[in-house]
Design a binder for this molecule. Structure first.
Ligand SMILES: Cc1ncc(COP(=O)(O)O)c(C=O)c1O
Ligand SMILES: N[C@@H](CCCC[NH3+])C(=O)O
Length: 426
């Protein structure tokens, strides 16, 4: 037995996760299928918390919204960053405390704002317009909602443009030079109580410098706004810490991040005589490497390239197509065999771009082999779809040799579930 990556091991030529043989999982539960290792999520959370013992960690539910996974993180003491009514519903159901839920979003509906007010969670307000709407909704309900403003700090996270959120041109947040005025307005409005400040500059960030710049910019604002009489209970700097999808790439750890930002945060709070809690919103780091996607080889084709046709395409895992993301591929039933050929692994979707991995050196692949994609726990299942009439696949949770189904595979009936046929077509 030997370790291939983090918690993944190879035993008798076969890839195992959480003490379970992946080929057996496909035989028993079918494919494609997501498999998450519970212990890895717990270990990731504890490592992050150890690096930031005084901070609150609000798990970004968009990364993986499975109820059981939220329950695991709730047990570990996580709060939640939610970005929709559905994520709020799931986080509450998972038992995440209301005062540890921040409702984020750049275009929340009135219904979502009402839900936030009625459930008593905190809201990160993304615009002046939203401030007015939220104030009147809360006033009508006879409630006062604790708020933060989402700041657009105009910092480059040096990541993929599609997942950069803190640039001046991004749709998220209030421009940083208008934020003081937002707090002034909030202080004069009924139904809203400013207690925090929030930002998030992007995702899959591989350097600490952008975070340092962000904390400094946020603390500049905190200083100015504190002097207006706002008592900050929290300063939420979002998330974005990357993970090593590719082997041999250097990625800062939670400790590196903490070493670079916590002293600045503490020093500046001390100088100002304030004591807000630092909040971070990790998503990918907590769940990303906890899961693999098991797929089966349907068909082989020798053409301009050696194409391996598998049963999962961008309907099941969109990251390679949407962000040109690399996910390491392992032939799960030949996991210790040497590479013998170069393959391009493609999904079953009727789109030329449905390519999961290009020109990979792998052991000889045949129909029936199982290909595992690693590090799919974040933005994997949560971004899947039913495109091309393909029901979404199942999710399993493994833990020290045990296996549980945490989401059943959809059926054809689910494809039709909410469709209605007008009587004239019957
Ligand atoms: C507001 C907010 N917080 C937290 C996250 C989580 O980011 P990550 O998965 O990079 O940790 C995101 C996603 O990018 C986000 O939009
Ligand atoms: N969905 C992105 C992360 C950004 C998420 C939200 N701001 C990814 O798969 O990398």
């Amino acid at each position: 037995m030997f370790t291939i990556k983090n918690h993944l091991e190879i035993e008798n030529s076969r890839l195992t996760i959480g003490g379970v043989d992946t080929s057996n999982l496909v035989n028993e539960y079918g494919s494609p299928i997501y498999v998450t290792n519970e212990q890895r999520i717990r270990d990731n959370f504890r490592r992050y918390k150890k690096a930031f013992p005084d901070a609150d960690l609000f798990y970004a539910a968009k990364a993986n919204g499975n109820l059981t996974i939220l329950k695991i993180l709730a047990e570990e003491g996580a709060g939640a960053d939610v970005f929709s009514d559905g994520e709020l519903y799931t986080a509450l159901l998972a038992g995440i405390p209301r005062d540890k839920i921040l409702f984020n979003g750049n275009s929340k509906s009135d219904r979502e704002l009402l839900m936030a007010v009625q459930t008593g969670v905190r809201v990160s307000v993304d615009s002046f317009d939203e401030l007015n709407t939220l104030s009147s909704i809360a006033k009508n309900e006879g409630k006062v909602v604790d708020i933060a403003f989402r700041v657009n700090p105009d910092v480059s996270p040096k990541t993929h443009p599609k997942i950069s959120t803190g640039l001046k041109t991004s749709k998220f947040g209030i421009p940083h030079d208008e934020v003081v005025s937002a707090y002034k307005q909030a202080l004069d409005k009924p139904g809203v109580n400013p207690v925090g400040i929030h930002c998030h500059i992007g995702s899959q960030i591989l350097e600490v410098e952008p975070f340092v710049e962000t904390v400094n910019k946020m603390m500049d604002l905190v200083e100015q706004i504190s002097r207006l009489g706002v008592e900050f209970e929290f300063v939420d700097i979002g998330s974005g810490l990357g993970i090593p999808y590719e082997k041999n790439i250097e990625v800062p750890t939670p400790n590196d991040l903490a070493d670079s930002i916590v002293p600045i945060f503490n020093e500046r709070c001390k100088a100002e005589g304030i004591n807000p809690k630092l909040v971070l919103e990790p998503g990918r780091y907590l769940v990303g490497d906890s899961a693999i996607l098991l797929t089966s080889v349907n068909t082989m084709k020798n053409a301009a390239k050696k194409f391996v046709g598998i049963d999962a395409g961008f309907n099941t895992m969109i990251r390679p197509v949407m962000y040109d993301a690399y996910h390491h591929a392992v032939v799960a039933n030949k996991a210790d065999k040497n590479a013998e050929d170069t393959y391009t692994i493609v999904g079953p979707i009727c789109e030329t771009g449905d390519i999961m991995a290009t020109d990979r050196e792998l052991p000889e692949i045949e129909k029936g082999d199982v290909i595992a994609f690693l590090d799919v726990g974040g933005y994997g299942f949560s971004m899947s779809s039913q495109y091309n009439g393909r029901p979404r696949c199942a999710e399993l949770l493994v833990n020290k040799g045990d296996v549980d189904i945490i989401r059943k595979a959809e059926t054809y009936a689910d494809l039709l579930a909410n469709q209605e046929v007008p009587p004239r077509f019957l």
